[in-house]
Write a protein that binds this ligand. Structure first.
Ligand code: FES
Ligand SMILES: [Fe+2]
Length: 411
């Protein structure tokens, strides 16, 4: 199977490429999404009370995207010989690092009597189950059943727990969910852009969002909430709202908002904004990537990833990379400062997600989803997800459905 590889710089083949950029037209949004918006206009009954929307077919929360890499853990949280247990996409997953430093992942269920393997021990080569001591190598294959006598033989190679493809890229560990005939067919692991050949420091912030990944993605790529949710003295206020027009191009399994000078809405960017440029991009299944460069040298790069825990919970990990050398006495201060700003920012999003989940879980309201043009990336996400799932199910190349567009909104 050939799958178009996501890249940070190259746009994926698209029939509309080469045409002049155009403003995306909400009228061309899918019938399903437009219908949802239209239905919302009449979503109160004669008594003026909101209907629960039991008939409403929301595109949110219907499925998870398969055949994709998902962020598992920061690489520096796993020393050689260590393992951790995580739930990812409704699966218990053991993620570990062997004695040679190589990461691996397997289903965290012993095939003998269903105990978590991660509750056992790991000697850097094999995991031993805590119940009867069966041992498994890092590919999930059984290597020893201690209760067997010397004249009792079974084919240990046939006893195994599922193993997952696992990679470490730029210090982050990723697990692949899906099936491929060969490792050559694996899609590219998402990565923070602009760091090729650079030496960097990094820190990862982790938060739990109590919503399906679809809602978390919608918030991640939504720019209209920024002046209302991210109000901090050091960042911006609602008063700084301005009209924006940004050019988007299809790229990889998502899009890139082409390189531009950042808005001067925050103290930070007012001070240094005229010297720097930023590029923001999105990749399925839920990766927002951004880097800030100074005279074409990347200073800060970040990747925000969304990993479904289950159908109503999503783990958000934001990894910040910085390249400037910091003089020795100040080095211990940088990570806590970055963590403070990133955590403050992301907790503002988490607060909204908690409020949203309470309403969604109780009332399942109809939603207006087609606000032009601020809502367009949210629409693109569902188009991308649909195309990815169809392409991988049929074994055909993924064709990015997004057209080069200029989107305008106030933020
Ligand atoms: S349950 Fe794991 S060895 Fe028996
Ligand atoms: Fe946000």
């Amino acid at each position: 199977m050939t799958i178009a590889q996501p890249t940070s710089k190259t746009a994926t083949a698209n029939p509309a490429q080469g045409k002049e950029p155009e403003t995306f037209d909400a009228q061309e949004m899918s019938a399903e999404l437009m219908q949802a918006a239209a239905d919302n206009d009449t979503a109160t009954d004669s008594a003026g009370e909101a209907r629960t929307g039991s008939q409403w077919q929301s595109p949110y929360g219907k499925s998870l995207t398969n055949n994709m890499w998902y962020f598992a853990v920061p690489g520096d949280s796993l020393k050689p010989g260590q393992m951790v247990s995580k739930t990812m996409l409704n699966e218990p997953v053991l993620v570990g690092r062997d004695q040679d430093g190589k990461v691996f992942a397997m289903r965290d269920i012993c095939p003998h009597q269903a105990v978590k393997l991660s509750a056992g021990t790991f000697d850097g080569k094999e995991v031993a189950c805590p119940f009867h001591g069966w041992r498994f190598d890092t590919a999930g294959v059984c290597t020893d059943v201690p209760s067997l006598c010397s004249n009792q033989q079974i084919n240990l190679g046939k006893i195994c727990t599922r193993s997952f493809h696992c990679r470490e890229v730029l210090g982050s560990v990723w697990v692949y969910f899906g099936s491929v005939k060969s490792v050559d067919d694996l899609p590219e692991v998402p990565y923070a852009p602009g760091l090729e050949g650079a030496s960097y420091h990094k820190t990862t912030t982790t938060l739990l969002l109590p919503t399906h990944i679809d809602y978390a993605v919608a918030a991640l790529i939504d720019t209209a909430h920024v002046p209302f949710v991210h109000k901090s003295w050091w960042w911006r206020s609602q008063r700084s709202m301005k009209e924006k027009a940004k050019t988007y191009v299809p790229s990889g399994t998502g899009w890139t908002m082409v390189k531009h000078k950042p808005s001067q809405h925050s103290i930070v960017f007012k001070l240094i904004g005229k010297y720097i440029e930023t590029e923001i991009s999105f990749r399925l299944p839920g990766c927002r990537r951004e880097y800030i460069s100074f005279h074409d040298k990347t200073m800060i790069s970040g990747i925000t990833t969304l990993t479904p825990i289950d159908d109503t919970h999503t783990e958000l990990n934001h990894t910040t990379y910085w390249t400037p050398a910091v003089i020795k006495p100040f080095r211990p201060l940088v990570t806590p400062i970055v963590d403070y700003f990133v955590t403050t920012f992301l907790k503002q999003d988490q607060t909204l997600a908690i409020m949203q989940s309470e309403i969604l879980g109780k009332y399942n309201p109809r939603l207006i989803m087609t606000i032009k043009d601020a809502g367009t990336p949210g629409h693109w996400y569902f188009l991308l997800k649909k195309e990815w799932n169809e392409a991988t199910a049929k074994g055909r190349p993924f064709v990015n459905p997004i057209r080069e567009s200029i989107l305008r909104w106030r933020t």
